[in-house]
Ligand binder design. Structure first.
Ligand SMILES: Cc1cc2nc3c(=O)[nH]c(=O)nc-3n(C[C@H](O)[C@H](O)[C@H](O)COP(=O)(O)OP(=O)(O)OC[C@H]3O[C@@H](n4cnc5c(N)ncnc54)[C@H](O)[C@@H]3O)c2cc1C
Length: 248
């Protein structure tokens, strides 16, 4: 089975994200990047499929040179091959999807696995777009699935419940938390992964379908007020709750 897992590099959740000088992108300087947490499930699922059905797992990312680090993580976890499609300027999700689909053609995957969402731009859209571009069925937010011969049965998380859907290979899925329990790479494998080859490809030019007009951080929370416990303070507190906060 040819398995393609798509991985995205995102700012570390502890990084203080700022908006770039253009007012439209996330500032890259000073940002610590990590493997998108949902893509740990993506890689693990690829490895489990290989353990069950044989074949090979290819990890693919679209991004700048720094994104090679997450491919090293994928190699340390056990993927057979890593590809980076060089694209230093993300236009929009569709341009990334176009690059993924173009690179996927050479892998000829039976299964393409992506994460449910990337935790930076949160578009949730990549799996559907890649499926469409590769002319494959796609199933998003998969928490459990099975493959019997050519038949695929997948359980999706939906609001307040589960949905079971069927399709056939080749197909695209996006991984939901709980699909598996991702393995931790062992230290010797992390060391070996540092010298493994990463295939570099040039990105294809693609017309973006959307244009970011502006980006802003949420308004900072209002500063709290500390009052004492005198009668006057309690009256003031009641007044503030009634007139300012309008909660009583
Ligand atoms: C500071 C910063 C700098 C960035 N620099 C670049 C850059 O130089 N070039 C560039 O192309 N992108 C860059 N990106 C974008 C990033 O690599 C992803 O493309 C973006 O996070 C995708 O977001 P989304 O909401 O469209 O994806 P979603 O649809 O929410 O992602 C779902 C899944 O799609 C897959 N996926 C998403 N993005 C990629 C990807 N790039 N490669 C492989 N699989 C992917 C993953 O499996 C992911 O779990 C940058 C992002 C940030 C925050």
């Amino acid at each position: 089975m040819n398995i393609l897992v798509c991985v995205s590099q995102v700012p570390d959740t502890t990084t203080k994200v700022t908006v770039g000088a253009d007012g439209k992108t996330i500032e890259k300087a000073g940002v610590k990047f990590i493997l998108n947490p949902y893509d740990e499930f993506t890689i693990e699922e690829g490895l489990r499929l290989r353990e069950k059905f044989g074949g090979s797992v290819t990890a693919l990312t679209v991004g700048g040179d720094g994104a090679k680090e997450i491919l090293r993580t994928a190699l340390a976890m056990g993927v057979d091959k890593a590809i980076i499609v060089k694209d230093d300027n993300r236009e929009d999700s569709f341009s990334v999807a176009t690059n993924i689909a173009e690179a996927a053609k050479s892998v000829q995957p039976d299964v393409v696995i992506l994460g449910r969402q990337s935790i930076d731009y949160d578009s949730f859209g990549m799996a559907s777009m890649v499926g469409e571009l590769l002319d494959m069925p796609s199933i998003s937010v998969v928490s459990k699935w099975s493959i019997e011969g050519n038949a695929v049965t997948a359980e999706r998380d939906i609001e307040g419940g589960k949905e079971v859907v069927e399709t056939t290979l080749p197909c695209v899925i996006s991984a939901q938390k709980g699909l598996n329990d991702p393995r931790y790479p062992k230290l010797p494998d992390i060391m070996k992964a540092k010298s493994k080859p990463i295939e570099e490809r040039a990105g294809v030019a693609s017309a973006s379908r959307t244009q970011t007009i502006s980006m802003e951080l949420p308004q900072s929370k209002r500063v709290g007020k500390i009052l004492g416990d005198s009668d006057a303070d309690i009256s003031e507190l009641v007044r503030l709750l009634h007139e300012d906060a309008k909660v009583i």
